[in-house]
Design a protein around this ligand. Structure first.
Ligand code: ADE
Length: 253
């Protein structure tokens, strides 16, 4: 059984494709899937597409057509929580869809039919991701030479991530999002556009899922400014190092 590594962006995927042994490119559902091996582990690399529906289609194809045993997501996110800064890494503990609102039929943010608002990531895979991230943070050869503006090292966080079909790009919106979710007990660290959809598909199929996101922006008025450059120069290297380290850990299980 193989492991799916989903990336949100081509830059993140292409660095991993270069490491694939016996690479094979397969088209399905209008998407390219890369089959091969990383550290002797069978993997399928795929792009999620942007937004919840695209990501759900990709996840379903990975499960139904490629028969993967688990899905791991790597991508970027906007930092919402206090102290979640550009260059930090967030490992998701659970997911909420911030744009889910079937009120007054169901409580705000509740997933109709699931009797809950949050879907948890798999604890075993998540622990492995955290370990992989920590290897990269402490590894001298990793991409982690980066320092914050104050010279401090970047931080690894674990907690709740919110997904929705919006690129959050004003301080007003991110403040509103965070305060509203927090008032219902959802203390969100970061926001992105796909993870919760993949978590829901994996929940439906009973497949383990985990996700790691590098913080590319603070979901504020400057969110889109250096986005492309950040993805090209920083996030793609993070994804490469973390996933290679993760697959090595998988090899030992
Ligand atoms: N992914 C990265 N930054 C984001 C933002 N500000 N909003 C939504 N998704 C993102």
């Amino acid at each position: 059984m193989s492991t799916a590594i989903l990336s949100a962006l081509t830059e993140e995927q292409s660095s991993l494709v270069e490491h694939l042994a016996h690479p094979q490119r397969v088209m399905h559902a209008g998407r390219a899937f890369w089959l091969g091996e990383l550290h002797d582990q069978r993997v399928v690399l795929a792009l999620s597409g942007i937004g919840k529906v695209a990501a759900a289609t990709t996840a379903t194809a990975l499960i139904e057509h490629f028969g993967v045993a688990r899905i791991v997501f790597t991508g970027v996110a906007g930092g919402l929580g206090d102290g979640v800064n550009v260059g930090d890494v967030v490992v998701a503990q659970d997911y909420v869809q911030h744009d889910m609102d079937a009120s007054p039929l169901f409580p705000r943010w509740e997933l109709p039919g699931y009797a809950r608002s949050r879907l948890a990531c798999d604890p075993v895979l998540t622990a492995m991701l955290l370990e992989a991230v920590s290897h990269c943070v402490s590894g001298a050869s990793g991409p982690w030479g980066l320092k914050t503006a104050t010279g401090a090292a970047h931080v690894v966080h674990q907690g709740l991530v919110a997904s929705g079909d919006r690129f959050v790009s004003t301080a007003h919106e991110s403040r509103h999002l965070r305060t509203a979710l927090c008032s219902a007990g959802h203390d969100v660290l970061a926001v992105e556009m796909e993870g919760a959809a993949v978590a829901q598909v994996c929940h439906d199929y009973g497949l383990p899922f985990a996700a790691v996101r590098t913080i590319s922006d603070r979901a504020d008025d400057e969110a889109h400014g250096d986005f492309a450059e950040f993805v090209q120069t920083v996030a793609s290297r993070y994804a490469e190092q973390i996933m290679l380290s993760f697959v090595k850990l998988l090899q030992k299980t």
